[in-house]
Design a protein around this ligand. Sequence first.
Ligand code: PHE
Length: 451
Amino acid sequence: MKERHGFSGKLGYVLATAGSAVGLGNIWRFPYLAAKYGGGAFLLVYLILAMTFGYTMIMAETAIGRMTQKSPVSAFASLTQNKLIRAGGWLNAIIPILIVPYYSVIGGWVCRYLYGYIIGQSQIMADEATFSEFLGSPITMELCFMVFTAMTMLIIFGGVQNGIEKVSKILMPVLALLAVAVVIFSVTRPGALEGVKYFLIPNFKNLSVMTVVSALGQMFYSLSIAMGILITFGSYTKKDVDIESTTIQVEIFDTVIAVLAGLMVIPAVFAFSGGDSAALNKGPALMFVTLPKVFDSMGGTWIGILFFTLVLLAALTSSVSLAETACSTFEDELGWSRSKSAALVSVIMIVLGTFSCLGFNVWAGFTPLNMDILSFFDFLTNSVMMPISAAAICILILKATGIKAIEDEICISSKFRRRKVFRFVLRYLSIALLAVILISSIADAFGLIKI
Ligand code: PHE
């Protein structure tokens, strides 16, 4: 049998998992959701969910991976005969293959902004028209997307220990340092303190059902849950890695970076615009449209370079984890070599990513469910497939392996202090909460409610 790739040890595993978790989700998505859905109230709900539901799902997935030593499809197949539950393994495997192309398109936008700052176009980047002009130009978009894709695939061709582990070991600590530097810059701007208060102090007037639903979806996205990633990484770990302590470390790291990103973005928006609701509700454009204006008014080319370097590093480690999972599925299921699998993943990335790029310009008229192609892929994977695949993992545990088998796997190397939380969430909360995300996001897409 072919020897399975593996992390060299605990540090490699923690850094690669943290590298997967920390990405555009933390730096681009978290601040705009927090700004929109209640600031401190959103943060509080997010923290509670991460410590309970997120904790349980990461532990469960990693344990399934380590127990079976397989990537999602074979892992599910080796644990149950039930065809419907087995399909959940495929769902876990397919999601990363569908996410990584559009994720790389956004990675390409980050490359474009970084390049802009490097060549000293700070003022042009700050112009609102720049972002829409960029989206309107298929060639520039495609070029930036290809640059990001090439960077991702270079790391993948390197293999687990040479590629992903080495890169994460260097990038993750650098990322944390850069984040602190940008936060210090941002919160010391005049007027920024109001933003710090808005973001850190919960005001329960701002709490709504949508606060909870969006925090839940964000928590899954940010921690890379239910996308086959943690099962795959779990399969690369050795039995002596303490799953509980590593899970807690990864969660803390991911949350710290998200909070730092919130502190970079939200106070800066307050300093720049006085925190009016139009500025706070900018949504996905917040990072690409509002922030460059903020940077410009702060007079900094260097702050732009620093910030977008940070985002690029974070996005890269996440896209590598997505592509890695996709490769590992092909290696395991088709028995292909790593380079052949990586070549196939590259082709899929280029084809689907190109669709997403063209959706903003040449094919702008094609709008499934009233969304551009990129948003449609995002919706399909995160709002529809992800809750189902998370539910499949919970059902696999509840109906096939039993909670006890997973607990035993965890206990091989962990004290398992929060066992009660784990059991409670799996037995009583998980499926109901997942159903809430699925129903509310589909209702939102069909315009039945407004998220
Ligand atoms: N967790 C990553 C982020 O926050 C995104 C991601 C999602 C990565 C799913 C892998 C899988 O950006």
